[in-house]
Design a binder for this molecule. Sequence first.
Ligand code: SF4
Length: 145
Amino acid sequence: MKIGISACLMGYKYRYDGTHRKNEELLDILKGHELIPVCPELCSGFSVPHDPIELKGDRAYLKDGSDVTDKLMKGCDLSLEKIKNCDLVILKTKSPSCGYKKIYDGSFSGKLIDGNGMFARSCLENNIRVFSENDLNSIREYTAQ
Ligand code: SF4
């Protein structure tokens, strides 16, 4: 299968704080498949590291209140182009871009709410099957088909 994956889950140090979230268990499950790493924030032109971003509804903000919605959307569109022919995507939880099912609430206080990041929303709107790194059992089953 051809699988889009948040680059930080593969070990790329692209997160806002310059770290990665390499997930060895996930990568073991995905062995033998073609992986397409994407990072919407890097594609948007954000430097690494950069100030954290959170969503409030459909808008994206830096902690200082700057609205970065259009910038982030550009990176989401570019990333979507890269993975639009994939059989599924696996996205990093909680991110304002990649987050699937849970994101921060926009108050920069560490509070999580139900919701999806901007890139996850684009994937779902384009009928791409989305998983997060918390869905290892489902990913194992889905990729074994
Ligand atoms: S935008 Fe996505 S791929 Fe890039 S660092 Fe954040 S969670 Fe990882």
